[in-house]
Design a protein around this ligand. Structure first.
Ligand SMILES: Cc1cc2nc3c(=O)[nH]c(=O)nc-3n(C[C@H](O)[C@H](O)[C@H](O)COP(=O)(O)OP(=O)(O)OC[C@H]3O[C@@H](n4cnc5c(N)ncnc54)[C@H](O)[C@@H]3O)c2cc1C
Length: 238
């Protein structure tokens, strides 16, 4: 997957940083003056729960190569704007798939998958050859079909998404999306995202180590494989 930060709020005064804008919004509340460093002010406001002021800045990400299963989870977050590749207009003649490591690393499961994927591709093409429109032929495509999506969220919603999705309860794929979003936006607003990032990195260092993760039985995986939550239940996210 690729997660790219492609835009972020720019304040038209001062140094232009999103944090300077957020401090300004907060200072309006108290008719107080900036002391030149928004960090301490913003940290105090966020820690006391005055989070509405961080809604004034937002970030836009372009995410490519995630599954439709993952994008479905992402778009459940409603305080956001989305533009997603359309399967009505874009041909899926040659689709890309996102395969969970649990299937990719199990030889027999992988063989089942390969057989299914070939059948899906052939069926889609055969339907198209019969004149079936893309918007109807796509009904044969599975959750594994890769997609791309542009998402814009304000900083408050981003904090919310990071809290929910960088967690053992979240599924491996959206967790990786969320980690990459956090790592991309953090340098632009360390006072906003730093506390949560420190906490998450301390509790779940393995989530921040792209490419190496230990499974429940102690094996190292080469990707963020599916995990079970602490009491052994499988995650149930739709
Ligand atoms: C581990 C996990 C498992 C999940 N399993 C399932 C599942 O089995 N089935 C399923 O359907 N979904 C599931 N979900 C999705 C979940 O229920 C939410 O739809 C999703 O996480 C979006 O988050 P949200 O609703 O908190 O917030 P967002 O849509 O991101 O909104 C942010 C916040 O705004 C407020 N808000 C937004 N809209 C409203 C509203 N209409 N009314 C009141 N307050 C509002 C809420 O405080 C909300 O937390 C799961 C999510 C997780 C993380």
């Amino acid at each position: 997957m690729e997660v790219e930060l492609i835009a972020i709020t720019r304040y038209l005064k001062g140094n232009g940083s999103p944090e300077a804008l957020l401090e300004h919004a907060g200072r309006v509340c108290y008719r107080s003056e900036s002391r030149g460093d928004p960090a301490a002010f913003l940290l105090a406001r966020i820690r006391e729960g005055h989070e509405s002021l961080i809604e004034h800045a937002s970030a836009t990400f372009e995410i490519r190569g995630i599954s439709r299963a993952c994008s479905h989870q992402l778009v459940r977050h409603r305080i956001a704007s989305y533009s997603q590749e359309s399967q009505r207009y874009v041909s899926m003649d040659d689709p890309e798939w996102v395969l969970p490591p649990s299937i990719a690393q199990d030889e027999a499961a992988r063989a089942l998958w390969d057989q299914f994927a070939t059948q899906v591709k052939e069926t889609y093409r055969a339907l198209r050859a019969r004149g079936i429109r893309k918007e109807d032929a796509r009904f044969v495509l599975p959750n594994a079909t890769a997609t791309r999506i542009v998402v814009t969220m304000n900083f408050r919603e981003l904090l919310h998404v990071f809290r929910l999705r960088i967690s053992p309860e979240a599924q491996w794929e959206i967790r990786e999306v969320a980690v990459r979003m956090l790592e991309a936006v953090y340098p632009y607003a360390p006072a906003v995202f730093g506390d949560l990032r420190d906490d998450l990195r301390r509790r779940y260092p393995e989530f921040f180590d792209h490419g190496r993760q230990t499974t429940d039985d102690g094996r190292q995986t080469t990707d963020h494989g599916q995990r079970t939550i602490d009491d052994g239940r499988q995650t149930t996210d739709g």
